[in-house]
Design a protein around this ligand. Structure first.
Ligand code: SAM
Ligand code: SF4
Length: 357
């Protein structure tokens, strides 16, 4: 017996929303930066992101396929004016079809800038293919260059593989490698200077990210995290930091020029370092991000407690207009901010690995 699928009711956009194609919200922001999670799986178990035993991962059919990702990315680029697409996860390099996904998205018109956030395990053998497919930029997460500390944070002894991946990026001709690091008290906060010294020597832009309440174990504590002030104080033991003058333009990182303290304020600039102070100096008022989870749900904010499913309607035959309106309605409801500093803040159930950082 063939069962007919009931027609879906039309998506009704809130009447107060202005008639506009883009992803507007109630606070006059427009999302032009799309983050797509490609998988919730990972080969590391970073303590601030995943529990030691992993999580109940999605079965492969529940993940967006290459074609589904490309279709939603096309709607974002052509209907909403999205200009930047970042692939993340979980660990996006675990997707065997990553090169093909990037090639498909790079063929969209207008072509978005394409970037990847990765732990770099396995990158050494794929960096060239990714660059040839159209990947423009890459961010590698690395919290310590000391093998024991790395293994303690990630619960895996894979530092050498990460460093090999980072080396391969330069050889592949990708524009830049940014390194993302999370400092934790008593674990790696005494290594901030060492990490910056290493990044400057390799020509990488290091960005310290404040630890957010997105760990699977729900042990985050506002009073124990290393804040932006703490990060800058640790770096000041060796370096002079002065705010970079280039406009921030919605970027999460506040950038600083780095000089040797011993050279003084007129000394040569050694490079830039970033601080992403999501908790202590939130930048929600200028947030331009929209997110798709690996199973095709729109999250208007990392800290959302709700998601809007696009993949279900897509698989049931929804047309582009319906998918775009579902996405627009989800973004219209984007909250003003994350409220991590408010009494009564409730951490989302999903940890970072299952949202897509
Ligand atoms: N596996 C890839 C990686 O580690 O780069 C991509 C996904 S990971 C969730 C993306 C970024 O989120 C990483 O830079 C990681 O350090 C960051 N992250 C994860 N949990 C976090 C937390 N609780 N607070 C701040 N950043 C976090
Ligand atoms: Fe994996 Fe990235 Fe989370 Fe570490 S931060 S567990 S590498 S998803």
């Amino acid at each position: 017996m063939v069962t007919a699928t009931a027609p879906r009711p039309p998506v009704v956009l809130p009447p107060e929303r202005p008639e506009a194609a883009g992803l507007l919200d109630r606070f006059a922001r427009q999302a032009t930066d799309l983050r797509i999670s490609l998988t919730d799986r990972c080969n590391l178990r970073c303590t601030y992101c995943m529990p030691a035993e992993g999580l109940p991962f999605l079965p492969p059919p529940a993940l967006m396929s290459r074609e589904e990702i490309t279709r939603l990315a096309r709607i974002a680029v052509t209907d909403f004016g999205v200009r930047q697409i970042r692939f993340t996860g979980g660990e996006p390099l675990l997707r065997k079809d990553l090169v093909e996904i990037i090639r498909d998205v790079a063929s969209l018109e207008p072509r978005p800038e394409i970037s990847l956030t990765t732990n770099a395990i396995g990158l050494s053998s794929r960096a060239t293919a990714l660059a040839e497919a159209g990947l423009d930029r890459i961010n590698v997460s690395l919290d310590s260059i000391e093998p024991e500390t790395f293994a303690k944070i990630t619960r895996r002894p894979f530092l050498a593989r990460v460093l090999a991946g980072i080396d391969a990026v330069g050889a592949a001709g990708l524009v830049s490698t940014k390194i993302n690091a999370v400092l934790m008290p008593g674990i790696n906060d005494d290594q901030a200077v060492e990490l910056l010294e290493w990044a400057l020597a390799g020509g990488h832009q290091l960005r310290f990210i404040e630890q957010m309440a997105l760990d699977a174990d729900h042990t985050w504590n506002r009073d124990e995290m290393i804040t932006a002030d703490g990060i800058r104080a640790r770096l000041a033991e060796r370096y002079l930091l002065s705010p970079d003058e280039a406009p921030r333009d919605g970027a999460p990182a506040e950038l600083y020029q780095v000089r040797e303290r011993s050279d003084g304020p007129d000394g040569p600039v050694l490079g830039l370092v970033g601080v992403i102070a999501s908790v202590s100096e939130p930048f929600c008022a200028d947030c331009r991000r929209t997110r798709l989870t690996a199973e095709g749900g729109v999250r208007s904010c990392l800290f959302s407690h709700t998601e809007t499913d696009l993949l279900g309607p897509l698989r049931e035959g929804a047309d582009d207009r319906e998918l775009a309106d579902l996405w627009r309605a989800a973004m219209w409801a984007k909250p003003a901010g994350h409220q991590m500093n408010e009494l009564g803040f409730a951490q989302p159930d999903r940890p970072m690995s299952a949202i897509g950082g």
